[in-house]
Design a protein around this ligand. Structure first.
Ligand SMILES: N[C@@H](CCC(=O)N[C@@H](CS)C(=O)NCC(=O)O)C(=O)O
Length: 220
């Protein structure tokens, strides 16, 4: 049974899984859906978030759990190194990027992207927490040429979708991209985007953003 990825192409967590599937050449279908707290949707995704994966008639949530499942079931073209410690390093980078960069910067998204606000207290806390996250990220990221070393990994799938949002939201809210302190980020993202899978994911993301903006303008 063909795997189905549920979500929408603007979501960074959805795109993280999508680009991994594309890189690995795993066949999958995209099932468009938005986040929802409806009972029916919660059966697929218990927190009401995207993405979810439907495989063998079952549903899985949490992008990293989904990536682990994809890796366990499709061992061709691995996106983890063979060595256990190197594999742990990939997971370490993903965890730092998601918990200490993306999730922290996410508190700025209402103001940065959705016409909302961020209190002075929120901004100050986010700035402090991001400083720690950026320091840890700089310590761990290798850029040689991939983020965890010589081979493309799930950490690159995460970096490609999360780092641009951290940059953009902090640039909009603080007037300063917190990742400017880490010079290799921009050329690294450019290098990733030269790969067909990453380009496809990003092209489809841009198209989805434009469609969302057009739908919003039509409503107003
Ligand atoms: N830890 C989750 C995060 C997923 C997530 O936050 N997705 C966002 C869209 S990018 C979402 O569904 N937000 C709606 C909500 O938080 O209720 C994962 O890795 O899948």
């Amino acid at each position: 049974m063909m795997m189905k990825l549920g979500g929408f192409a603007v979501s960074n967590y959805y795109n993280k899984v999508k680009v991994a599937l594309l890189e690995k050449g795993v066949p999958f279908e995209e099932a468009f859906c938005m986040t929802s707290q409806d009972e029916a949707y919660l059966k697929r995704s218990p927190l009401g978030k995207v993405p979810y994966l439907e495989a063998d008639g079952q549903f899985l949530c949490e992008s990293q759990v989904i990536c682990e499942y994809i890796e366990d079931t499709h061992s061709d073209k691995p996106l983890y190194p063979k060595d256990a410690l190197e594999r742990a390093r990939v997971r370490e980078l993903i965890t730092i990027m998601e918990l200490n960069l993306e999730l922290v910067a996410r508190r700025l998204y209402p103001k940065a992207f959705f016409g909302g606000e961020a209190s002075e207290e929120t901004k100050s806390q986010v700035e402090k927490d991001l400083a720690k996250g950026v320091r840890a990220f700089k310590q761990l990221a290798k850029f040689s040429p991939f983020i965890a070393g010589a081979g493309l990994s799930y950490a690159d799938c995460a970096a490609a979708v999360h780092l641009p949002l951290v940059s953009l939201s902090t640039k909009i809210v603080f007037g300063r991209d917190v990742l400017d302190d880490c010079a290799p980020v921009k050329p690294y993202l450019k290098m990733l985007n030269e790969r067909p899978a990453f380009r496809k994911m990003n092209d489809e993301r841009k198209t989805a953003i434009e469609a969302m903006a057009a739908a919003k303008a039509k409503k107003a």
